[in-house]
Design a protein around this ligand. Structure first.
Ligand code: FES
Length: 303
């Protein structure tokens, strides 16, 4: 497979250097989210709450778009020296920097639930974006604090070039490593009722087990208050095994992924807490005449 820019940036000695940086940044981010009461904020920043897909790429679009507007207006100003452009440019820069605060917060929150080369490239991407944001803050200070407008523009244009290069690394996170991508997106699930190699009377109350459909699709199955429930067993965040997760919640009807702690409702498949933002496929269940469990994808046709 051809090497990408990201691959070249994270291998060898650079990889171990980035591991050290990642450990330091991870200690800060992880330490923050160990503070009681921060889980709602974490769910908002992942996009699990309300948005129900990753928040970070939505905010980065606003940042890159806004700062591109700033760069274009700056270049026009250099040629025309039209002072009426300055106010619009400054407003676009302020709005972009506000969006950048959200992009950085959501980005570091998502990044803290990654590992390996994905984590190395992510910390590089995040720290470079942080430095670029500081550069833009200095540019803003020069603009509104009475400094040299030409120096502010020069700094802004340098930052924009760095922004474009660093955004490329962010794209590689999503398209190369699948960061934020629903790990069930390509799963093919039979639409008809299927009989599992699992006897209903062998299931213990509130004990999650793994089962497979005929095409290998993995299910997590549990008996909750006497009723059978089945959802996808592969965590939509990063493929963690939900059948190895513990049941949590007041009524112990939600399953917590053992890898990064996403919580899904066993009854509806809904992602309740991040980092996962996408729901699990859910299945209707019934018991066959021979006592085995049968399942069918909820909402699918079939008979
Ligand atoms: S794999 Fe990350 S929370 Fe499940």
């Amino acid at each position: 497979m051809p090497e990408t820019i990201g691959d070249r940036l994270v291998r060898g000695d650079k990889g171990s250097f980035l591991d050290g940086l990642g450990n330091a940044v991870g200690a800060v981010v992880g330490g923050f989210y160990r503070i009681p009461g921060t889980r709602p904020l974490k769910d908002v920043l992942h996009g699990t709450w309300a948005l129900r897909h990753p928040l970070h790429p939505a905010l980065t679009d606003a940042v890159v778009g806004g700062l591109t507007v700033v760069a274009v207006l700056d270049v026009i100003y250099l040629f025309q020296r039209d002072p009426s452009l300055l106010r619009a440019t400054d407003i676009a820069l302020v709005v972009s920097l506000i969006a950048a605060v959200g992009a950085l917060a959501s980005g570091y929150t998502d990044w803290n639930e990654t590992f390996g080369n994905e984590r190395r490239l992510g910390v590089l991407h995040g720290l470079l974006m942080s430095l670029i944001s500081v550069g833009y803050l200095v540019s803003l200070w020069l603009r509104v604090g009475g400094g040299s407008r030409d120096a502010a523009i020069a700094l802004g244009l340098i930052c924009w070039v760095l922004l474009a290069a660093t955004a490329h690394l962010g794209g590689e996170m999503a398209f190369g490593f699948g960061t934020g991508v629903d790990r069930q997106a390509w799963a093919e699930v039979p639409g008809d009722w299927e009989t599992l190699a699992l006897r209903a009377d062998a299931l213990e109350e509130r004990k999650v087990v793994r089962a497979q459909m005929s095409n290998g699709f993995a299910l997590a199955v549990a008996k909750l208050d006497g009723a059978l429930y089945a959802i996808g067993a592969v965590c939509t965040h990063a493929s963690g095994p939900l059948d190895e997760g513990e049941l949590v919640g007041d009524d112990k009807c939600d399953v917590k992924c053992p890898w990064h702690g996403s919580v899904f409702s066993f009854r509806s498949g809904t992602a309740l807490h991040g980092p996962a933002t996408m729901d699990e496929p859910t299945f209707e269940t019934r018991i066959a005449a021979d006592g085995r469990v049968e399942v069918k994808l909820r909402g699918a046709g079939g008979h």
